[in-house]
Design a protein. Structure first.
Length: 201
């Protein structure tokens, strides 16, 4: 093999391993879908009254992660299990504080940041090559649509809570800002933790 052929082979290998741009980590999206798009008001109420509500909600998170990530390795299933366990624990702590009538918006923001910290830690410790669907144009479109619908459902449900209603425009703006900050943080970290983990499967 001469020098030119070797350089050409190396260039082709680099092209195959090159990370496509504008990929968003679906692990972060799975949280938004399960926590907002697939969490109706009756489930929120059930979580406040019984532990089975939190367990059912955590199971929805597990199902969404499996669907979006399509895991094939045992360590990925272990990571999903860890996220689910931590999610249930964080939600239970949040419920305990809610019963003490602490400010809802503060609890919501701390709760979402705690979930974000767990998912970020998992993304850091477990480099994962997600399905090639998420590198395609259709995958990017689906990511954006699910993100937007999750945000819309979050605002729809959280803006008119019977237990913690927004009584004036200032409170409504504060709640909208809280939800927006949470979603923005997930979107930013989904972008940051996308590139290192693609291997062109």
């Amino acid at each position: 093999m001469n020098y030119v052929t070797l350089r050409l082979s190396l260039r082709q290998a680099q092209c195959r391993l090159r990370v496509p741009r504008y990929i968003m980590n679906p692990l972060f999206l799975s949280h938004l879908v399960a926590d907002f798009l697939l969490q109706p008001k009756w489930l929120v109420s059930l979580k406040l009254r019984r532990v089975i509500g939190i367990a059912f909600h955590a199971a929805i998170h597990a199902a969404v992660m499996v669907v979006l990530l399509l895991p094939t390795r045992i360590e990925v299933f272990a990571a999903i299990f860890a996220v689910v366990v931590f999610h249930g624990a964080i939600d239970q702590i949040k419920v305990n504080f809610q019963k003490k009538n602490l400010p809802f918006d503060l609890l919501f923001l701390v709760d979402q940041l705690a979930h974000l910290a767990v998912i970020t830690a998992v993304s850091t410790l477990l480099p994962y090559s997600y399905p090639t669907f998420w590198t395609s144009q259709n995958g990017k479109l689906v990511w954006i649509l699910l993100f937007v619908f999750s945000f819309a459902f979050a605002w729809k449900n959280l803006s008119c809570l019977s237990d913690c209603p927004t009584k004036n425009n200032r409170q409504a703006f504060l709640r909208f800002a809280t939800i927006s900050i949470s979603f923005l943080a997930f979107a930013i970290l989904a972008k940051i933790f996308s590139f290192p983990f693609y291997s062109g499967l």
